[in-house]
Structure formats: C-alpha cells, structure tokens
Design a protein around this ligand. Structure first.
Ligand SMILES: [Zn+2]
Length: 131
C-alpha cells in the first residue's frame, strides 16, 4: 500500500466496445455512441442501439456535463470514495465515481463535469467533479 490517499480504480479493460472511448479519453476527449436512426445516445457503448436495435451507430464528441441522479459514499474504506449515477446532458445515465469534493459534499441534482483518471493499468476512466 502506498501513502497516496487517492483511490486507484481497477481498469475497465479494453475491448471492441470501448476501444474508441479509451482512445479518445487518452486525448482528454469524452465521446458517446449515437444512433443515426433514432437520434438517441447510449451508455455503455454498444454497436447496436439499445433503443431501436439499429446498427447505424457512431461515436460523437459529447459535452462531458451531467447531473448527479444518485450517489453512495463508501465510508468504511480508506480513502472513502463516492459511486454515483450521473445523468449526462445527452440523456444516458452512467455509473461512475465522483471526485473533487468532500465525502459529505455531494447532493442529488448537483451539476458535474467529466475528468479522466488513470486506473491501475493506466487505462483512463471517466469520473465526475463539481462543475
Ligand atoms: Zn436507435
């Protein structure tokens, strides 16, 4: 164990579904998968649209902004960390980590913005901080 008090998250791994996401994240860009047929976006990235089953989906730049829908702070670990569902401005809700505020500082409805943190193998992971 190091003395570093920031939590290092496990790697999400890399596969065909998230390769483009990870590649964009390495460049500091947040992208989401959009559907050309129904116009909706989705998370987690999939080749087939979960809304209408179309295969005409593509990556597009996204705002990286969202709203805390729910959260839970893990207090019994050191350091504590906060898991949350964040509803992105583009529509989908993402299970993620909140960073950049004290464990008691989160509220449902808070505006947050994406950041990337390196996971245990260096793969960037999207987390959200107060906007
Ligand atoms: Zn669709």
């Amino acid at each position: 164990m190091s003395n570093d008090k920031s939590r290092v998250m496990p790697s999400p791994g890399m596969g065909p579904d998230n390769e483009a996401f990870v590649s964009a994240a390495r460049g500091g860009r947040f992208v989401l998968r959009w559907c050309d047929d129904c116009g909706k976006t989705h998370w987690y990235p999939r080749a087939v649209c979960p809304h209408c089953m179309s295969t005409k989906t593509q990556w597009r730049p996204a705002s990286g902004r969202g709203t805390v829908y729910s959260y839970s702070t893990m207090q019994r670990v050191d350091p504590p960390y906060t898991l949350a569902c964040v509803t992105l401005d583009e529509g989908p809700t993402m299970l993620t980590n909140l960073v950049g505020a004290a464990p008691g500082g989160w509220r449902i409805g808070m505006k947050v913005a994406v950041q990337f943190q390196a996971s245990d193998d260096g793969t960037p992971v999207a987390v959200f901080a107060p906007a």
